[in-house]
Write a protein of this length. Structure first.
Length: 148
């Protein structure tokens, strides 16, 4: 098996979603993990805008940052190892929380390419939100409790 074939096999079989997009924001790569996470098949996703998985109310903000890095060539404000956390959309329209790393690479055919490796963080996000609610209740109760 050639190295390129091994790499593609590893990428395709990864449980994490891996998505590549060009400077134009069109999806160039969509692995099996992305199919499972978002519900779109590879054929449905390839050639589509990243808007496919970006909630409508966040698109303008996303594209401002994307254009700043991909078109204007400004450095990303996110570090190579920084885990980004944002809402995303599934094919059925439901929202989910994802966390991902982002890297910019030069692709021999497509030029500057954004490569994101994503995982579903919905469960952790929901647990954290519930804990914050409980903490707020406890803090309010402690504030209102008579001093002893």
């Amino acid at each position: 098996m050639e190295h390129d074939e091994i790499y593609r096999t590893i990428m395709d079989a990864s449980p994490e979603a891996t998505v590549w997009a060009g400077a134009d924001g069109m999806i160039r790569y969509w692995n099996q993990g992305a199919e499972e996470m978002f519900g779109f098949t590879r054929d449905e996703a390839l050639g589509q805008s990243l808007d496919l998985i970006i909630p409508e109310n966040l698109r303008a903000r996303h594209w401002e940052g994307y254009d700043r890095v991909m078109v204007k060539g400004e450095p990303s404000r996110y570090g190579r190892r920084e885990m980004l956390k944002v809402p995303a959309l599934r094919k059925d329209g439901t929202r989910m929380s994802v966390e991902f790393t982002l890297q910019m690479v030069q692709h021999p055919e497509h030029g500057l390419t954004a490569v994101a490796v994503l995982r579903d963080a919905s469960e952790a996000f929901n647990e954290l939100r519930e804990l914050r609610k409980q903490l707020a209740v406890f803090q309010a109760a402690a504030k209102d409790a008579p001093a002893t």
